[in-house]
Design a binder for this molecule. Structure first.
Ligand code: ADP
Ligand code: ADP
Length: 225
């Protein structure tokens, strides 16, 4: 079965003037695959990701995640946005534990998991710090830990490093690749950076300018560590 199956997905935003964000997007993502979506600003990349996440309703076509029609936010999905959206009044560990609390699972079962993620992202010493005490790159790493804490089968990332400087972005890409090689979850990674898209992905899906449709799908065959 596919992790994600999109068949002619369309999205029209209603409003004073209806706006077609996605024309007809068809795409199959296999379990464990890392797919980048590349395209100019406004071509519907975020919209497509939010549809997969069940945060936005499609207005045409069919969309399934794990063989089930998307109808609201599914379980076991992790999402990272361009800005980290950490809660300033919670320390890093308690930010990372948010999805566990939302799922009403016992937090104590996740102490080792959190410690492991903090170690993986070099944040072990910052568990009890508050977001404002961390740099942009560190905050973004904490946001990635949060997305991974409940072991999502599907990780959706919407320009997660867009707000970072070029050097930090390169470091984050290397870290993300390392995490992915370890976890092997399905990833859909939205970016408008060509190098970034190619560096991490098995396949790069190129969206055409607005309204979004799949212009090209490029198989990437780069050596991995
Ligand atoms: P991208 O992520 O590729 O930059 P978006 O998915 O953000 O593209 O936007 C695609 C189009 O849909 C744009 O024209 C944008 O203005 C429009 N759009 C995005 N979100 C909304 C919304 N909530 N309501 C109305 N129009 C929207
Ligand atoms: P990045 O943004 O990639 O995390 P920085 O250059 O901001 O990189 O930070 C490099 C290192 O400096 C961090 O990994 C951390 O060890 C340390 N550091 C950064 N900011 C702080 C801070 N506010 N408090 C303590 N250590 C920090």
């Amino acid at each position: 079965a596919s992790a994600i199956q999109a068949r002619g997905v369309g999205k029209v935003y209603a409003g004073e003037r209806a706006l077609t964000a996605l024309e007809e997007v068809s795409l199959d993502v296999k379990p464990g695959e890392f797919v980048s979506i590349l395209g100019p600003s406004g071509c519907g990349k975020s919209t497509f990701l939010r549809c997969i996440a069940g945060l936005e309703r499609i207005t045409g076509g069919e969309l399934e995640v794990d063989g089930r029609v998307v109808d609201g936010p599914p379980d076991h999905i992790g999402m990272v946005f361009q800005r980290d959206a950490l809660l300033e009044w919670r320390n890093i560990e308690r930010n990372i534990l948010l999805p566990v609390e939302f799922a009403r699972k016992p937090v104590r079962d996740y102490r080792d998991r959190v410690a492991g993620l903090l170690a993986l992202t070099g944040l072990s010493e910052f568990a009890d710090r508050y977001p404002r005490e961390l740099s942009g790159g560190m905050r973004q790493r904490a946001a990635i830990c949060r997305a991974l804490v409940d072991d999502p089968r599907l990780l959706l990332m919407d320009e997660p490093f867009g707000a970072l400087d070029a050097l930090t972005r390169d470091q984050m890409n290397v870290e993300l690749q390392r995490i992915w090689l370890e976890t092997r979850n399905t990833v859909v990674f939205v970016t408008h950076g060509i190098a970034e898209a190619v560096f991490l992905a098995d396949r790069v899906v190129v969206f055409s300018p607005r309204p979004g449709r799949v212009a090209d799908i490029i198989e990437v065959d780069l050596p991995r560590p």
